[in-house]
Design a protein around this ligand. Structure first.
Ligand SMILES: [Zn+2]
Ligand SMILES: [Zn+2]
Length: 346
């Protein structure tokens, strides 16, 4: 099979690899769509994977083409998304189904070979069969869509809430889409990249603005008649946007910290006062939930896409072959071209 193999930060090569063989309880997935995550850009170009050589990619979907011993035969031929975390099943977090907090986990695309390849053996437990009619590309959007849904659920969105999202990258935009599905009254989005703002507007977010031109806190104050946001989600991983979220939240409101920070996250004295005086709930979010109770976020994502309420197709701006990988990562790192979700179609 063909695969993109990372040998060192910045050294991604297209290589021929032996086809994986599914072990007991595993299925062989022919990967048909594999998204590039924001975290992959840093992983491939600067930070590296857990070890080398490694095939990156954790946002993938495909068709089950063969089964290992003892694997559920009904999976054969199905279109599946895949939860990329392999839990230890021995720690206290795993015991209560909090797999994202597992103390000793494995992970496709960072700790073990992942989805930038033509084939991958995946435990059946990690596979989420897609409802009929869902495309491979949509199924490959399940991972970022589940991460966005989880952040919104952590924020406890209620129907009628005014919601704000700082950072209009792929997950920020998915979060804004979920906020609409979840009954937000108004959804505000802001970013410092005017291309992202224009893209958000093209998706129908007319309350998206360039925060270098418009102070988001003042714009929200004006639009809400001073009431401010019930829920603000920080999706950029920057001190300034965290502070904007704290200032934009109403008294008793919720602020969710979601963005991966690129450096230190600091808070001014005034920003800290916002938490105290407004008695804000500041909550973290991480990954997504994969337990069946109270809700399997992954199944919910695929069902909501299949019934048409969550349309992720417009999010995909670039479709590439594996051959394009090394060049694509250079372009993504330089941000020389606008992109939202970039996908390999191996
Ligand atoms: Zn991701
Ligand atoms: Zn564990």
């Amino acid at each position: 099979m063909k695969a993109l193999v990372l040998h060192a930060p910045g050294d991604l090569r297209l290589e021929e690899r032996p086809d994986p063989v599914p072990g007991p309880g595993e299925a062989l997935l022919r990967i048909r769509a594999s998204g590039i995550c924001g975290s992959d850009i840093a992983r491939v170009m600067t930070k590296g994977t857990y070890s080398f050589p490694m095939i990156p990619g954790h946002e993938f979907a495909g068709e089950v083409v063969s089964l290992g011993p003892g694997t559920d035969p009904s999976l054969l031929g199905r279109t599946c998304a895949a939860f990329p975390l392999l839990p230890c099943r021995a720690c206290d977090s795993c015991a209560i189904g909090e797999y994202a907090a597992c103390r000793s986990y494995d992970y496709f695309g960072s700790r073990r070979d992942g989805g930038f390849a033509e084939l991958l053996a995946v435990p059946a437990w990690n596979l989420v069969p897609a409802p009929d009619g869902l495309s491979f590309e949509e199924a490959a959007m399940a991972e970022p869509a589940a991460v966005a849904l989880h952040a919104l659920r952590r924020g406890g969105l209620s129907a009628g809430d005014d919601t704000g999202v700082a950072g209009a990258g792929p997950v920020g935009l998915l979060l804004a889409a979920w906020a609409r599905v979840g009954g937000s009254r108004r959804v505000f989005l802001w970013d410092i990249d005017p291309r992202r703002v224009a893209f958000a507007r093209s998706l129908g977010h007319d309350r998206a603005f360039d925060s270098r031109e418009t102070d988001p806190v003042e714009a929200i104050r004006e639009a809400t008649g001073g009431r401010m946001l019930d829920l603000a989600v920080e999706g950029a991983g920057v001190s300034a946007t965290l502070e904007q979220c704290l200032r934009a939240a109403r008294p008793g409101g919720v602020v969710v910290a979601m963005g991966n920070p690129a450096g230190a996250m600091t808070l001014s004295r005034e920003g800290y006062w916002e938490i105290l005086r407004k008695q804000l709930d500041l909550r973290g979010t991480w990954n997504s939930s994969y337990t069946d109770l109270p809700k399997n976020e992954w199944k919910l994502v695929l069902e909501t896409m299949a019934d048409g309420r969550l349309d992720t197709k417009p999010f995909i701006t670039h479709r590439l072959r594996l051959e394009d990988g090394p060049e694509a990562f250079r372009t993504l790192l330089a941000r020389s071209e606008f992109s939202n979700k970039v996908m390999f179609l191996p």
